[in-house]
Design a protein around this ligand. Structure first.
Ligand SMILES: *[C@@H]1O[C@H](CO)[C@@H](O)[C@H](O)[C@H]1NC(C)=O
Ligand SMILES: *[C@@H]1O[C@H](CO)[C@@H](O)[C@H](O)[C@H]1NC(C)=O
Ligand SMILES: *[C@@H]1O[C@H](CO)[C@@H](O)[C@H](O)[C@H]1NC(C)=O
Length: 525
């Protein structure tokens, strides 16, 4: 009861704007058991081909490539959705959007977020004695009790949604470019539909806005410092910890960096990828120093590259989605083509995860939740089904197979948001609906419904160029197995406890440091 009223008080206070941190994570009491620590790093809009260890054309990820050599690299690892909020909701709940209710992105003015009766990874681990921290992009609702401070995180530092959802004083690289925040009394002159200039991008520490607008050029440095501090403090606390770092990289706008000796003439994407790699290297160094052999570091991405951003988007590597590319539109982010869905993934845990191993197991971001809980010895929340698996045997090199079947929800490009219209079965992939997201040239691929699904054999055709012949024996053998898998999961979802997110909007819930200043800016311009 006392805690409830404290929550209410804190929610109330957060609307007063720039306060000093009210909630500090305090470490006390309990003695260290054998429970492992977890650090989960999620890149944003990073392509499968943006990891040098995956794709020889990429030379910008020295730290990540080293981590791959010191751990396990997964080459058939999938996001749970190919857009921000649904992918993150699935990571934190182990459940697809059709169950947890998050089927598309939240807005700056969204009243709701990840439904409150969905249980997050942080909530379970905190209950199991962990200190929990989150740094970076949340995007699961920021209003009231949807803020990360009320979703299981003892500590939060970051931007509540994508960093293109607010103006800044030094806009980064974007396509098309967005104007800077208005200053003084000058009215906003925003003509670009996709640029937000009525509210500046906020940076939170716990419930308080500590900077608005965010200085994008200094953000990576701040994230590195806060992550290092959290790991150091948590590892001396005597309690195990969870740190979830959701990077701003590689989402646009890409921050403008101070030109350094080595970076002259570099493409902005390449420079930004190097900055991300350096930031991950710093977090890994902190883990190596403080977490000694008892910290499991998991790196992956939320979805593939955002192709409509042209040269500011990443590389899909060999996953070019040729069938869709011929129809028009992009087969990357927001689609269930491999370019949108297959993400880089690395596991690093000296002494536990074997070194320099490449795994071809079919795994998913959905597996983080059950795997981490199993390793922590914490029970799965009751009264609901999960789409992820405990894959710790794969991580430890004791098993080679992950999912036999994996469902990819539609994420904006075609069909109904969240619906399971693409199914992976072993090396096969069946599309009941196809469509292309907006491409660099502005084209969008037509939405096509396939009563008899298109089935690709990814082992023979990773570019998804030519579907199996519908009259052939292989197609006729695979189709009933795909249909049975789909019917099975839909029946399970129909029996499950399914939550619904509130997607209603209200302009008054915009995070605002000082409503009297243009764009809500914190300090005098
Ligand atoms: C960590 O594990 C590695 C590999 O098993 C071992 O060489 C090293 O001594 C361990 N370090 C500590 C501090 O336990
Ligand atoms: C990792 O494995 C590859 C291929 O098996 C090998 O060429 C490379 O030398 C190994 N690297 C390390 C650091 O062991
Ligand atoms: C959350 O609450 C809604 C509304 O009462 C319910 O329909 C849903 O099943 C609940 N979800 C879970 C996971 O219990």
């Amino acid at each position: 009861m006392a805690w409830l009223s404290l929550k209410v008080l804190l929610v109330g206070l957060s609307f007063l704007g720039c306060l000093y941190p009210l909630v500090d994570f305090s470490f006390s009491g309990e003695t260290r058991g054998q429970k492992p620590n977890f650090v989960i790093i999620l890149a944003d809009d990073m392509g499968w081909g943006d990891l040098g260890a995956n794709w020889a054309g990429t030379k910008d990820t020295a730290n990540l490539d080293k981590m791959a050599a010191e751990g396990m690299r997964f080459v058939d690892f999938h996001a749970a959705a190919s857009t921000c909020s649904p992918s993150r909701a699935a990571l934190l709940t182990g459940r697809l959007g059709l169950r947890n209710g998050v089927t598309h992105n939240f807005a700056v003015t969204s009243v709701g977020g990840l439904p409150l009766n969905e249980t997050t990874l942080a909530e379970v681990l905190r209950g199991a004695g962990y200190v929990t921290g989150m740094i970076g992009k949340w995007h699961l609702g920021h209003h009231g009790s949807h803020h990360p401070s009320f979703r299981g995180f003892d500590y939060y530092f970051g931007v509540p949604y994508s960093h293109d959802m607010g103006c800044t004083d030094t806009p980064g690289y974007n396509h098309p470019p967005c104007p800077a925040c208005p200053r003084g009394d000058r009215p906003s002159r925003n003509l670009e539909r996709d640029c937000y200039s009525d509210v500046a991008l906020p940076l939170y520490e716990n419930l308080n806005i500590v900077e608005q607008p965010v200085d994008l050029s200094a953000l990576a440095q701040k994230y590195a410092e806060k992550a290092t501090q959290f790991i150091q403090q948590a590892s001396t606390s005597g309690r195990p910890f969870l740190l979830y770092v959701a990077l701003a990289h590689m989402h646009v706008p890409l921050a403008r960096m101070l030109p350094s000796a080595g970076s002259r003439g570099q493409r902005p994407y390449s420079a930004s990828l190097q900055e991300m790699d350096h930031l991950v290297g710093r977090i890994k160094d902190a883990v190596d120093l403080a977490g000694k052999n008892n910290t499991f570091l998991w790196f992956t991405g939320d979805n593939g590259p955002w192709a409509q951003k042209c040269e500011l988007a990443g590389s899909v590597g060999p996953f070019t989605g040729s069938w869709q590319a011929r129809q028009g539109g992009s087969p990357a982010k927001q689609t269930t083509w491999e370019g949108g869905h297959r993400v880089p993934a690395l596991a690093y845990w000296p002494g536990r995860v074997p070194v320099n191993v490449t795994s071809t197991a079919l795994l998913s971001v959905l597996d983080v939740f059950p795997t981490v809980l199993a390793l922590a010895g914490a029970p799965l929340p009751r009264g609901r089904s999960f789409d992820g698996l405990d894959v710790s045997q794969v991580l430890f090199g004791q098993a080679q197979t992950g999912h036999r079947v994996l469902f990819h929800p539609n994420s904006g490009a075609a069909g109904e948001d969240g619906a399971l219209q693409t199914i992976r079965l072993e090396q096969y992939k069946a599309f009941y609906v196809t469509g292309g997201a907006r491409a660099c040239d502005g084209s969008v691929g037509p939405e096509r419904h396939h009563e008899r699904p298109l089935i690709f054999d990814l082992e023979a055709d990773r570019a998804e160029a030519a579907p199996l012949d519908q009259g052939g024996a292989e197609y006729r053998a695979v189709l009933p197995r795909v249909a049975a898998a789909l019917a099975g999961v839909l029946a399970d979802i129909a029996r499950d406890r399914v939550s619904r997110a509130d997607y209603s909007q209200d302009p008054s819930v915009r995070p605002c440091c000082d409503p009297r200043r243009p764009a809500c800016r914190c300090r005098a311009a």
